[in-house]
Design a protein around this ligand. Structure first.
Ligand code: FAD
Length: 478
């Protein structure tokens, strides 16, 4: 039965989870001719007043954009029309002074040298609208998958409310688990494969706050800070960031160790902390809004998950956060999940005669990349909160930029490779380590030239001084 199943032939597939990755996967599979049922535990977010997802806005970059483009439904253009380009980081210091660090090395304003702040809810809605229009896709909101029997391709699904709950079992030829970090499908996969699994919570949690738009006397709205940057308040052991929204507000995310959050128990403590640590942000958020949001908004945890394999025979596969949850500091979680969908499609097309070969190839190809981006995301947390201020970091970035201009085939900044290209994450890591040598050599040359010039300048000035001294000596003797 397994051998007969051919990748890409019109059979039934269950996609579990209608987040950005699951909704995109449903579209790709439908376009390959599969009959798709998309199961989502929550109700339809398009009918909700407020979106209760993980983060309100997030950074969409090249991998995500290309995956949207791959649907050939103009989704990339639609999403980017509602996005705000962020051309660099804006670093806020203790005194509220700001300094800009561009993402693109050449300073060009191309779509491929900036990241885009998008509304997570709207992006998800666009994908669901497109999925709903596709004749091969059936959307099933309020359908929670509670159990999965991979060998039978069976899902046990729960529907209804607490008062009237109903459970039924349904079979599909193939199951795609896109049900997020706490995936039920991954749990089932663990039971039928020898899965290596690793998870880590970092000590830091996050809480979201808002900088509202400025409104003048005539009711005109404007941004309270430069909207074309990702704003960062680095504090060494913690930090706050802010991304712009199209309603001219900013969503701030405060990342701190849980004990630090727990230590702030009263409004007075909160206000003193913000006045001391984030004086400019405090002014922009405002005391009332800060106190209200801080004590109302939930504290989110940050988890990193690595596992292998991602599939079981030709029965099921996990993608997105279900396969590789990462801390959010490279802004790649969703982008990587969307790229998963493209790579899965590529494997299904490459191994048209065998779904299990396609899935074997998928795990083999994707695992190294998922591990690489999970590690890079962890590393970037230290960079964002502790290094961006340092002169050594800035000097290294400047040297890297010069080398990129001089020899772009040898040196490409790591951030550029990750955010603005589709170079495999694992290859980007390796290249960055290799080119570290060039930067090391260039730094040595720059240091030698600087010291040489300083030495030459000192020698010249000393010899001038001696000559003047010798010329003056007989005069004074006279
Ligand atoms: P999810 O978004 O978690 O969606 C899973 C879906 O499955 C949900 O709708 C859920 O209801 C449903 N589901 C779960 N269990 C079941 C079940 N049993 N049955 C049916 N349905 C189920 N990424 C970026 O690319 N850029 C960023 O700037 C960025 N910023 C972030 C900031 C923060 C603070 C955080 C926490 C994350 C950030 N991310 C970012 C990561 C990004 O949010 C995730 O990588 C992305 O949401 C993963 O998408 P997904 O579809 O795989 O999973």
């Amino acid at each position: 039965a397994i051998a007969k199943k051919e990748a890409g032939t019109p059979q039934s597939v269950a996609v579990v989870g209608a987040g950005p990755v699951g909704a995109l996967a449903a579209l790709y599979m439908a376009q390959l001719g599969w009959r798709v049922s998309l199961y989502e535990a929550r109700s339809d977010i398009r009918k909700e007043q407020v979106y209760h997802g993980r983060s309100i806005n997030l950074a969409l970059s090249t991998r995500g954009i290309l995956a949207l483009r791959g649907t050939k439904l103009n989704l990339d253009e639609e999403v980017l029309r509602e996005a705000i380009p962020m051309r660099g980081r804006m670093i806020h210091d203790q005194h509220g002074r700001q300094s800009s660090q561009a993402y693109g090395v050449h300073g060009e304003a191309s779509r491929w040298t900036y990241i885009n702040s998008v509304d997570r809810g709207k992006l998800n809605c666009r994908l669901l609208d497109a999925a709903e229009k596709h004749p091969n896709i059936k959307l099933k909101f309020g359908h929670k998958v509670v159990h999965c029997q991979p060998d039978l391709g069976a899902l046990v699904v729960e529907t209804g409310t607490d008062d009237a709950r109903e459970t039924f079992t349904i079979s599909h030829d193939f199951i795609i688990g896109a049900d997020g970090a706490f995936s039920t499908i991954r749990r089932a996969l663990m039971r039928c494969t020898r899965m290596d699994y690793q998870q880590a919570y970092i000590p830091h949690c996050y809480r979201e706050l808002t900088i509202q738009a400025r409104v003048d006397a005539e009711g005109n709205r404007s941004f309270a800070m430069d909207p074309y940057h990702l704003h960062i308040w680095p504090k060494m052991s913690y930090m706050m960031i802010a991304l712009p929204n199209t309603d001219q507000s900013f969503t701030c995310t405060l990342f701190m160790p849980q004990e630090k959050f727990d230590a702030i128990r009263s409004q007075q403590q909160l206000v003193e902390f913000f006045q001391q640590e984030f004086p400019d942000a405090y002014e922009l958020i405002g005391r009332e809004s800060l106190c209200e949001e801080y004590f109302r908004n939930p504290l989110g945890s940050l988890i990193s998950i690595k596992c292998k394999p991602y599939h079981y025979q030709d029965k099921m596969v996990i993608i997105g956060d279900a396969a590789h949850s990462m801390v959010p500091f490279y802004g790649q979680g969703m982008n990587a999940g969307m790229e998963d969908v493209m790579i899965l499609q590529e494997m299904l097309l490459r191994y048209q005669n065998s779904l299990s070969d396609a899935l074997d190839a998928y795990t083999a190809l994707r695992h190294d990349d998922a591990v690489a981006i999970c590690d890079l995301a962890m590393y970037n947390y230290v960079e964002m909160r502790a290094h961006v201020h340092s002169p050594v970091y800035r000097a290294r970035k400047a040297i890297e930029g010069v080398l990129y201009r001089l020899m772009p085939s040898y040196v490409v900044p790591l951030y550029t490779m990750v955010s603005f290209t589709t170079i495999r994450y694992s290859e980007a890591t390796r290249r960055s380590q290799r080119q570290g040598r060039w930067i090391y050599i260039a730094s040595g040359v720059a240091l030698a030239v600087t010291l040489g010039l300083a030495f030459a300048a000192t020698t010249i000035s000393l010899s001038h001084h001696h000559r003047r001294h010798r010329q003056q000596a007989p005069t004074s003797a006279a």
